[in-house]
Design a protein around this ligand. Structure first.
Ligand SMILES: Cc1ncc(COP(=O)(O)O)c(C=O)c1O
Length: 432
């Protein structure tokens, strides 16, 4: 039976966690702060739990340099829960803005009729669909508000034989204009910064989503579930960033949201449930309601404090390791590890074919086919890897192949073992 030290694990999420954090976790699960009870047993409203929450927030703020005008929320429901939460919230803001504008212009009754018309004709949520997760998010939006309100500003499959793997040039995207006649742009523009299944990552923030002025703000919502805290991010460019913890941050159980405070009351007003109902628009469950969660310091309902603690220890560990460099320190290591892996893959083009285009290769999820996606060869590769204690390399069930997940807790020695295996498999294949 292999020990933890023997195994190199490249799972896509849940993913490896730093051993030092798990060792400490095993102690605090039994006895937290010499209280005689474990961290998973204490009340989420106790002073100890409050400190865990504050420390974890602080570690994230420090690591990513999050500006003061952003709120951090911890929720449950995973990244998938946020697919829905984003729609509920951003639609509600859009409708309220629209209502206010109409009501200042005309009397109430006429305004309600016009509002219905404006919503029917003008409510748009823009999605950049570059992989399976942004596709799912857009499908959830269509389920909630109707496909007629979802503008697929980009479907990356169209340019790539029906498959994900490229991000077409921005001049080919069809974003809803921000300066429309009625004065209201899209309720949001949504994208997934790193597509875990397809191995596609945006190289940088898309230029066409940059705000040109205060009024022309596109309200960008980004799913960073699988590349959170792996590179420097200019938080100010985003209205919302969210991600499940179970890849780069911690164990499964919490989702982290970084949200511009101006999108919360009192700065942003929200449509009333009655109004949304009368317009046939959905009202989300209270546990996904960002204003409610914010008002209650993420403690509206029982927050899994142990999960928050793990995330905090992981992030504090990065702060301690990289000191003043902060997230740039991790960015350098992530780049180095992914360069090592792609370097070997590119050396043997007859054996390995990286799935996505070079311009959008993910540093986090490296998707590759072996010998032209021959199922027997891919099985042989995975079996051999497994015998060498290189685990978690099977591609997502929807696409197959091989996927190396290169998250923060994968150490360089694990990547070295993997590259040695990639080399030896390729050489052996060339001789057979
Ligand atoms: C990029 C991305 N977004 C969203 C999700 C969904 O997350 P969850 O399973 O936590 O709902 C995943 C899951 O792997 C993901 O990789």
């Amino acid at each position: 039976m292999p020990s933890r030290e023997d195994v190199s694990y490249f799972g896509a999420g849940p993913a490896p966690l730093p051993t030092s954090v798990l060792e400490e976790a095993s102690k605090v699960l039994l006895n937290y702060n010499d209280m005689g009870i474990g961290i998973a047993e204490i009340s989420h409203r106790s002073p100890e739990a409050n400190k865990v929450l504050a420390d974890t927030k602080h570690a994230l703020i420090s690591l990513l340099d999050i500006p003061e005008d952003y709120e951090i929320l911890f929720l449950q429901g995973g990244g998938s829960g946020e697919f829905s939460a984003a729609v509920y919230h951003m639609v509600s803001i859009w409708v309220e803005k629209c209502r206010k504008r109409l009501e200042t212009e005309i009397e109430q009754e006429v305004a309600t009729k016009r509002l219905r018309k404006k919503v029917m004709e003008g409510l748009k949520l823009d999605y950049l669909v570059t992989g399976s997760w942004s596709l799912k998010a857009s499908q959830e939006a269509a389920r909630l508000v109707g496909a007629e309100h979802v503008n697929i500003a980009l479907d990356a499959r169209k340019d790539n034989d029906g498959k994900f793997g490229k991000i077409p040039a921005e001049d080919q995207w069809s974003l809803t204009p921000t300066k429309r006649e009625d004065g209201q742009g899209p309720a949001m523009v949504y994208y997934c910064d790193n597509e875990t299944v397809d191995g596609v990552e945006f190289p940088s923030f898309p230029a066409s989503l940059e705000s040109k002025s205060e009024n022309d703000d596109r309200l960008v919502v980004a799913d960073m579930s699988s590349n959170f805290i792996s590179r420097k991010v200019d938080v100010r460019k985003y209205a919302v960033i969210f991600g499940g913890a179970q890849k780069n941050i911690g164990n499964t159980g919490i989702t982290i949201i970084i949200l511009r405070k101006s999108l919360l009351p009192p700065q942003s007003e929200l449509a009333s449930p009655q109004l949304l109902r009368s317009l046939g628009l959905p009202i989300g469950p209270v546990v996904l309601d960002w204003p409610t969660i914010a008002k209650n310091n993420s403690l509206y309902n029982t927050l899994p404090i142990f999960d928050v603690w793990v995330a905090g220890r992981v992030m504090q560990g990065l702060n301690n390791t990289y000191q003043a460099k902060k997230i740039l320190g991790q960015e350098g290591i992530s780049q180095k590890k992914s360069d090592m892996i792609y370097g070997v893959l590119d050396k043997y083009p007859n054996v390995y074919k990286v799935v996505p285009d070079k311009s959008v290769r993910s540093r986090m999820n490296i998707c590759v086919r072996i010998h032209g996606a021959d199922p027997e060869k891919e099985k042989e590769f995975l079996d051999g890897a497994s015998k060498s204690n290189l685990l978690g390399l099977k591609g997502h069930r929807s696409v197959g192949g091989v996927r190396v997940s290169n998250y923060n807790a994968v150490p360089i020695p694990a990547v070295e073992k993997l590259t040695e295996y990639l080399e030896s498999y390729a050489r052996k294949s060339a001789n057979t």
